[in-house]
Write a protein that binds this ligand. Structure first.
Ligand SMILES: C[S@@+](CC[C@H](N)C(=O)[O-])C[C@H]1O[C@@H](n2cnc3c(N)ncnc32)[C@H](O)[C@@H]1O
Length: 252
């Protein structure tokens, strides 16, 4: 993973912060995006940070920013209702969720916004750092609902397989799955994640489900492309289907 990404200061003024971030994450620092050795830059500004694929014709920056208009717009999406139902939100019930594959924190934010306490586990050092920075920033956000959601999110690092899940009722899995999702914004995020994480040793998706099913949670929810096979070929208790994705729900 470290070979895929280098830290780049957004401006001369942010060189100092970029150097600190590079040291903290054990990443190289480059002076220009034209340095072709790294396919992804973690661009660091004085009070902002984002990921950028390097090269000609690549899509634009990818941020983890729970206060940005696109994230706040997501709050109203039909997807949220399906995700909420999948984890067991009903009436006043707001189960606590262990998001074992947090990624860019999109789903975790939706769940926290719906009122669930969410632990976000992410094994990529860069994504873990971006998630923590985003939760910190969200706690000062001018929008009340974003601050409220941030207070329900806790970020942890490392491989989920090495964590105990003692205080969550639901384990949520969203393994990487290239052939799903067609919207341009999602494609942009997915192509960046694929490059950034290309060097991480893969944990087979099926092993993730086997792990989740033995943690003592009340339910395990797996996000899948609509027509994909079930993980580990395990038949779920039921599935909730949206336009492009499906949530396989395993009641334990
Ligand atoms: C498709 S992304 C998840 C996207 C996320 N649901 C969102 O809404 O942004 C999958 C993420 O899982 C992480 N991941 C994969 N295996 C993991 C593991 N064993 N432990 C922790 N994180 C893992 C990857 O690093 C990647 O960031």
């Amino acid at each position: 993973m470290t070979a895929a990404c280098a830290v780049l200061a957004a401006s001369p003024e942010s060189q100092g912060r970029a150097a600190m971030v590079a040291e903290a994450l054990g990443l190289p620092q480059v002076n220009t995006a034209a340095d072709g050795a790294y396919p992804v830059a973690l661009v660091v500004d004085a009070d902002d940070q984002w990921l950028q694929l390097i090269g000609r014709g690549v899509p634009g920056p990818v941020r983890v920013d729970f206060g940005d208009p696109a994230m706040r717009h997501r709050r109203k999406g039909g997807h949220n209702e399906l995700l909420g139902r999948a984890v067991g939100i009903k009436g006043d019930k707001r189960p606590s969720v262990f998001d074992a594959t947090a990624g860019l924190g999109r789903d975790a934010f939706v769940l926290a916004d719906l009122g669930c306490r969410v632990t976000l586990c992410e094994r990529s050092l860069v994504l873990h750092w971006l998630l923590q920075a985003a939760v910190n920033a969200a706690s000062y956000c001018r929008f009340d609902e974003v601050r409220a959601a941030s207070s329900k999110m806790k970020v942890i690092g490392g491989d989920c397989l090495e964590h105990e899940v003692t205080d969550s009722q639901v384990i949520y899995l969203d393994p990487m799955f290239p052939e799903r999702r067609s919207r341009a914004a999602v494609k942009k995020e997915l192509s960046l994640l694929q490059v950034l994480l290309a060097h991480d040793p893969p944990v087979p998706d099926d092993a993730l489900l086997d792990w989740a099913m033995t943690r003592g949670a009340d339910r395990v929810v797996v996000k899948r492309p609509l027509k994909a096979r079930q993980l580990a070929l395990r038949t779920p208790s039921y599935a909730l289907k949206g336009k492009a994705v499906r949530f396989d729900v395993y009641i334990c």
